[in-house]
Ligand binder design. Structure first.
Ligand SMILES: Cc1ncc(COP(=O)(O)O)c(C=O)c1O
Length: 482
């Protein structure tokens, strides 16, 4: 729980839930982990879950659901059109965001697809604080370009700026002047900015960006997938909101944006997605794409059970005891690693702990994918599956040259209310071992490189036989331990 003090003075992230259903985990020996990594082409997306001890790939669709969410699933009303479930979910969304219209979609990128198809024209520019992989790929496929306007602190791995996801207002004004309103497809603000370490946006910034968009006639789009973490940080880092109800913070954000979309694999701890707006014109522009790509307007490709779980999960997003669990666990893990000298993104954000691979593997050139190498090495060292968030997650430039990422991160996601503190301690322990032996980690090179979103299905190989060197050192230090 946020803010409970221990007599010992220790900073312990206290769980405000108890475990009533469990999943058996297996930890395989390091030799098997190297074999699994090879079979997966040194890409943690291609590992089988049965070969993973702690799955920290993502929180997407794997957050723990509450008993109330499971209970709600039983009342799902399955019908192709007009199901009661849709109207219950619509009511919950309207209540939480105060928006008039709800377009359902099967997940976050499906919403991005509809937005790109509707508003992106060849040569147009989508302004944003920072891109997300799927949003950028879909805008690019539609012939548009992404321009990022994040403030300078946002791309500094270490710092203490409380809202590193903020847009630089000076850069925004300059971009609007340079491009002109006609060339801008929309402005997208991403809550809990994923690719720079789960960093929040401030309300001050949302207000300023909204004012500019409304003055200039630019459509403002808010990606609320990571809203829960962002709400936590607005409440705890901005004194103006210390005593404001999460419901009211959410409503203010919603009132400032023309369109809100979300991945319900993240927001609401279910699986699905949706687009919200109160603007009839914008709604009608997007509406007909839902039956075309997703499913009829009252399910949009979602299972009705998930829709029921989402409606309950949305209300739970407004409960500080529930949403604080991830950020306080992230902070605890980050502080533990910092104390061991391991470079992590600071201040700790939401979503997960982000290790700075550029510093951790300073000897691996960026063209050999240090964040990918560290991600593979950590699976080998610990059986823990993280995700590369660096150059591998970028797209090549139009001329085929490598687009080096601004930051090279290994993300260890903390799905909501899934892991225990002892598991987090294990992660920290194995990371310390790897850090002490970081010189053994080598680079990666592509064996098979997909053209779009290459990080999902691309296959790589190690440059040299550094995985064997890790096995040797592990056996020396840990004996026959797993
Ligand atoms: C900020 C953000 N936006 C959009 C998406 C895409 O959502 P989905 O995975 O449901 O397609 C994600 C997924 O991780 C995300 O983190």
């Amino acid at each position: 729980m946020y803010g409970v003090k221990f007599f010992s003075g220790d900073d312990i992230p206290l769980e405000m839930h108890k475990v009533r259903m469990v999943q058996r985990l297996y930890l395989q020996p390091i030799e098997a982990r190297v074999h699994n990594m090879q079979a997966a082409g040194y890409n943690t997306f291609l590992l089988k879950n049965r070969d993973v001890f702690l799955d920290m790939l993502s929180d997407s669709g794997v957050n723990a659901m509450s008993e109330n969410q499971y209970a709600a699933m039983l009342q799902a009303d399955d019908s192709y059109a007009g199901s009661e479930t849709f109207y219950r979910l619509e009511k919950a969304l309207q209540e939480v965001f105060q928006s008039k219209y709800f377009l359902p979609a099967h997940q976050g990128r499906a919403c991005e697809h509809i937005l790109a198809q509707t508003f992106v024209t060849p040569g147009s520019v989508a302004l944003m604080n920072y891109h997300f992989t799927t949003a950028k790929a879909l805008i690019t496929v539609s012939g548009g370009v992404v321009e990022e306007l994040i403030n300078d602190d946002g791309l500094k791995v270490k710092g203490n700026a409380p809202f590193k996801g903020d847009i630089d207002i000076g850069k925004l004004n300059e971009a609007v002047r340079r491009l002109g309103r006609e060339k801008i497809s929309f402005l997208r603000l991403e809550a809990g900015t994923n690719l720079v370490g789960g960093q929040p946006i401030s309300m001050k910034n949302i207000r300023e960006v909204s004012q500019i968009c409304r003055k200039e006639g630019i459509i403002s789009v808010f990606d609320a997938s990571l809203l829960a973490d962002n709400l936590f940080f607005i409440k705890t880092r901005d004194p103006e909101f210390a005593n404001t109800d999460l419901k009211d913070i959410t409503r203010e954000i919603a009132s400032l944006m023309d369109i809100i979309y979300f991945s319900a694999r993240k927001l609401g701890a279910a699986r699905g997605g949706g687009i919200l707006t109160s603007d009839t014109n914008l709604y009608l522009k997007m509406r007909d794409l839902v039956p075309l790509y997703e499913g009829f307007l009252t399910y949009g490709g979602m299972s009705v059970r998930e829709m029921e779980a989402l409606a309950v999960g949305l209300y739970e997003t407004l409960d500080m005891d529930i949403i604080s669990q991830t950020p306080i666990f992230v902070e605890s893990l980050c502080n533990d690693l910092i104390a061991k000298g391991i470079p992590v993104v600071t201040p700790p954000g939401g979503l997960g702990c982000h290790i700075d691979a550029m510093e951790f593997c300073a000897h691996v050139p960026q063209t050999e994918y240090p964040a990918g190498a560290l991600t593979a090495a950590f699976y080998i060292a610990a059986g823990v599956r993280g995700m590369e968030r660096g150059t591998l997650s970028e797209q090549r430039n139009p001329d085929g040259s490598e687009h080096l990422a601004a930051v090279e991160l290994l993300r260890l996601a903390l799905p909501k209310r899934v892991f225990t503190l002892s598991q987090i301690k294990y992660v920290s322990d194995r990371m310390e071992w790897l850090y002490r032996n970081r010189a053994l980690i080598g680079g990666l090179e592509f064996e098979e490189e997909p053209k779009v979103l290459r990080f999902f299905c691309g296959r790589l190989r190690p440059r040299g036989n550094w995985p064997d060197a890790l096995i040797k050192q592990f056996r020396k230090d840990f004996g026959d331990s797993l």
